[in-house]
Structures are given as structure tokens and as C-alpha cells.
Design a protein around this ligand. Sequence first.
Ligand code: PHE
Length: 538
Amino acid sequence: PTGNNSAEDLTTEVLLALSKADPILSAESFPEVPFESLKAALDRLASRSMITYEQIERQEAFLEPEAEIIVSHGSHEARVFEAVHKAMGGLSIQELEAEVGDRNVTKVGQGKAFKEKWIKKEDNKLVALVDSINDVTRDQLRTIQEKRTHDNKILADLKKRKLLVVRKAISFKISKGTKFALEMVKEETDLTADMLASGSWKSATFKPYNFKALGADQHAGALHPLNKMRHEFRQIFFETGFTEMPTNQYIESGFWNFDALFVPQQHPARDLQDTFYISDPKKALKPGPVSPDDKQDYAKYLESVKQVHENGKFGSIGYRYPWSEEESLRLVLRTHTTAVSAAMLSRLASESSDGRCRPARYFSIDRVFRNESVDATHLCEFHQVEGVIADYGLTLGGLMEFMEKFFEKMGITDLKFKPAYNPYTEPSMEIFSFHKGLNKLVEASMFSFLLSRNRVGVHWVVQRETNKSKQIGNSGMFRPEMLECMGLPKDLRVFGFGLSLERPTMIKYAISNIRELLGHQVDLNFIEKNAAVRLDKN
Ligand code: PHE
């Protein structure tokens, strides 16, 4: 058997070999045929009961290059002995080395030949003690070369001497089956009209159905883990009466991203090293109606924002600096989806009549951008999950209760709240938690870096696991400076919160490096194979 046969030939060869001897061992009859082809041929034959076979697993020994040399030239000690024996009157070490032609062989072989008492030293010369020797190592290796195996002790010894490697080999013991024949009968896969008409169906052999066959891989499209997680979050929001905000626009003016949110123009978050600015075009149009039914009085709104920043208004003393309209019109890649929340709240205000406006719940899950150096846990962009609730009589306690219920739906309980700082919310709270399902503390995902005045919080830093609870989100009650500028009623309260989509996704899929989740290093296989997300709901 040659081994480079087509599948057809291989089945014929197996049948032929079986007709001469039964059973046969594939390791002997088809040593060269690759495992996969042989297995395929055997499966074809076995499915027709022409053969039966069983798989045999055994260890096979293969010679290392050095061992091959020993097989052809003899062991080191034998080569030393032969050289010494051949020379009349013995050899000096130098002469021996020249004779053997290999320093290492001479050195190792000499030692062994001494030990075997084949040679001895006499007057500074090496002389032979015996007339002939048995080159055991060579014989052993030769046997292994042929049989791929030997005594366990011998194998272990030679393996230790690095003369061979042992690998697991799978072979087959093949026997005749109940329908053994020398030729494979053509099996019909379809019952045709012709066969019925001619009556040939009576003698035809039909291929049995293979109910165990798995369908071919469809390579259909697959959802990215972030999309699956996003789906789960959206479900939670929809269940609790939220409307999705239009976040399909990544570029915002500084006005919506910062000024409307009472982020002062000198705030470090607005620095080049934290925010990406658009170079072409550089400037946004002045904020104005986004649709015919947008009734916001933008002139008044902008003036209020300016006043709030410069001197204060609505009970605020402001930041007391000259506010620049130019600066507010610079275009940025939005650093948070709160820019969209601000625009939505302004729209809500524009819908109000008689100083009353309806309660609202908005959410979004979309991309935000921050100018960061990329490492295992930082990318320049991430997906922010944001929720905003506007209603009368909302309290901080209500926000805490809402957050507890929200996170509970994700299997996250025992929240802890810590006072924090956002320019646009007061009070603000960082949310910390313990994840029960994972039975470990949830790692931090901090968003507040941009916004805390002292820049203590660092956004999107994954802290090392400590015994402390970990931050999972940022939240707060929006300031009256922000809401009243828009024309929202004084007694309307709005609270909001933000978290990242990446963090829970990484936890769910046990990903430790964010680059395995996003970007060019992502393994498409992983995307295709990963399971659906089901948050641990109660
Ligand atoms: N914008 C905040 C952040 O990026 C999240 C947030 C939204 C906080 C709404 C309070 C209110 O971290």
C-alpha cells in the first residue's frame, strides 16, 4: 500500500488486505496512510457493515537524529572500542580523537567503554581489553526503529539519554464485517422514478440515513458579545418603561457635551489630552431647532447657559469666568452620551406647556470616545449605558432604590454608594457592588475621570482585585443650573446614571484584555462561537 491513494482506492486496499488476513493491524498494513484518510475509509466501510474496526492507542517511540547516527555508525562507546581495537599497540587520546573524528563521541564513548571494561589505559595509551563487543544500544535502537517500541525500561532509559521521543499513536485493528466483500457495492442515495419503472429498486442497495450526521457549519453571521450584552440591557430598559435616545451621531458640539452640562470651559476634561476635537470642520452651528416641532427658545437657552457659567443664575453662583461661545461651538467626539441626554431634556422642556412637562425615562447604549493611551483595559472608545429619569418628587433615595432594582436585574446586588463629583449632578454617587454570580468582587469601571474636578477618579481603569467592592457606575441628580436653563419646571427632578457595556461583557465572557473584545486583534472564531448572554435574573 502506498498511502497517497484516493479515498476510493483506499477502501479497496483495505478490503483486499482483509481478504488475505483477518484481522489486520493498520500500523502494519497501512503505516504510511495519514490517520484522517484511513479513518474516513474505515468509516465508509464500517457504515456498510463490510468491516468492523477498533481503535488502538499506544505509545510509539521515534529516534532522535543522534540515535539515527548510532544506528548507522554504532554507539559512541562501540566506535571508541573499534578504533582502539583496530590500532595495534593502542592509541593516545589525541590519536583516538583523530580516528573517531568527533570530540564529543570520543569523550562520551571513552567513559562508557571504560565502564564496560572494553578498554583500559596502559602507558598513557588506550588499549582494548576484549576482542569483540556487543553494541547493545545500537541493537536496541535498531529494534525501536523497526518496531517503534521496546521494553518499557529500555525505552525509559533511552528517552532519558535523549535518543528518542515517545508519541501517542492511534491505529486500528480491522476485521471483516457481516457484509464483507471485495468490492464496495454502489449504494443508491435516491429512489428514482426510473428505478421504480425498471424494477431495479428491488435489487438496489440503499445508503442508510445517517441520523447522527451533524450539519455542515453554516458560517452564518454572529452577533458580537457587546451586541448580545447590549440586547440584554435594552430589554431591561424597555421592561421598565424607558425610551431609547437617538445616539447615532458621534460628533457633538462642546455645547451639548460640556456647556449645557455645566462643565466649565477650563475643566481638565476639555483638554486636548482627554477629548478628541474635530479638525475639519472645527465648528458646529449654533444650537438651534433640530426639527419643526422643536419649540425650544434657543436664544434664551444659550443666554441662560452663559449667565449660569459666568455669574450664576437659578440660585447658583456660577463659575465666574468669561464664557466663550466660540469654545462651546468646537466640535468634539462625544466623551459621554450625557451630551445626548442633555439635548433630550432640552426637547422635553420645549414640549412643556404652562410650566408643566411630562415625566420621561430615556436610555441609550452607544459609543463614546476619550483620548487615552491604549492598554489591556483602556481603549479610546467604549460603549456607555446611560439612563435618565425625569419626574416630580424624585429623591436621592429614589435614585438609590432604582439603581438597586436595575442592577439586580443583572444579578448584581448589595450596592454601595459613595459620594462623588460631576459638574452636572449634585449630589453625585459612584456605585459599587459585589457580584454574587461570579462569587467575586466586580472590578472597577470608572467613568468619572473626566468630570471630577480633582481628577481623582480615573475612568475605565480596572483596579486590581482587592477586598473592597468595585465601582460599577456613576450617577446623580442633575443640577438646577442645567435643567432650569432649558426651561424645565423648577420642581421637576431628573436623575441619571452611566456605566460601561464593556465591563459586564468582559466579566460575562471571562475576557481579561479589552483588545480581545474590540479592535483588530479580535479572534473571529471567538465571536462566532460564544454563547448568548443571559444575565442572572431573579
Ligand atoms: N456622564 C457620566 C459618565 O460619563 C455618567 C452619568 C450620567 C452620571 C448621568 C450622572 C448622570 O461617567
